[in-house]
Design a protein around this ligand. Sequence first.
Ligand SMILES: NC(=O)c1ccc[n+]([C@@H]2O[C@H](COP(=O)([O-])OP(=O)(O)OC[C@H]3O[C@@H](n4cnc5c(N)ncnc54)[C@H](OP(=O)(O)O)[C@@H]3O)[C@@H](O)[C@H]2O)c1
Length: 299
Amino acid sequence: MAQKNILHMLTPHKHVSPFDVNMALDAGYDAVVPYEAVTLEEVADLVQDVIFSRPPHWGASSGVFFGGDDAVLALDMIEAAKNALVPPFGTNIFADPAGSFTTAAAMVACVEKVLKEKKARALKDVRIAIFGATGVVGYCAAVIAALEGAEVTLVGHSGVARVKARADEMKQRFGVDVASVNGATDEEKKAVLEGADVVLAAAKAGVRVLTAALLQEAGGKLLAAADVNAVPPSGIEGIDVFDNGKEIAGTSALGVGALAIGNVKYQTESGLFKRMIEAPEPLALDFRDAFALARTLAP
Ligand SMILES: NC(=O)c1ccc[n+]([C@@H]2O[C@H](COP(=O)([O-])OP(=O)(O)OC[C@H]3O[C@@H](n4cnc5c(N)ncnc54)[C@H](OP(=O)(O)O)[C@@H]3O)[C@@H](O)[C@H]2O)c1
């Protein structure tokens, strides 16, 4: 009897994401089963219910996926799931809360490619300022870039305290040092741009964080700017959603737009589901795995 590939999709919210359900089924899962309003404390019991229902050599045919919209909670859920495994019983484990792990991976991978091909620079030692840094996408992008050796600054829009708390959490969990500043006013944003080589905009959908005038005032120093917001107005004025390394008018910075990033994000999420389906042994995947795949997909 050939075992089915079954994905158990857990979310702390009222609904799992239809986007993720479609992605998983289109990638080849035979069944995707939603579990809603799941708490961190419930993860271990659910995971053990998954693993003990099948013989150990079927472990890679089961998967547990965490959604939601909180990167830290999703990382905690991954850890709780890993700790609940009872070898040789296992299951694949993956999280992509609000698409953030794969979106952030795609954004950083696209920027890395543009920097490498058009500016002869790597992520290492590049100064990257991230707007929307208290959000899930901003969080993951910051950690991915910092782990690659970039000098990352989290930019807040309502004081420095909340971005500083995020920076402290990243240090504790991943051992990365990232700076934090406030970037609410144009003056503060200007100062951020003057100290950055790259800006990433990961703010709320439909919120413009940087105008063309601010980018132009930053002069010719900025190497690249990426924007994940696909809902008009764009997060960074002057970047079209399809841009992938096109110079932003009035600057020498190269723009990367939301749909260029979205294309890599889509392939990354799908690719990680496929990888779990095809894996001979169970895998545990987070945004670092997403980045490793995304950088092979960035056009
Ligand atoms: N292109 C793609 O494939 C793709 C995929 C997924 C998501 N996205 C986009 O990625 C972006 C980030 O998503 P997310 O899930 O991380 O969103 P999120 O959790 O809502 O975070 C958004 C961030 O924006 C900040 N913010 C809210 N209002 C702001 C304002 N007026 N000025 C500056 N910053 C503001 C939030 O700060 P607070 O903490 O104060 O709320 C937070 O840091 C969204 O635009 C989303 O649509 C794109």
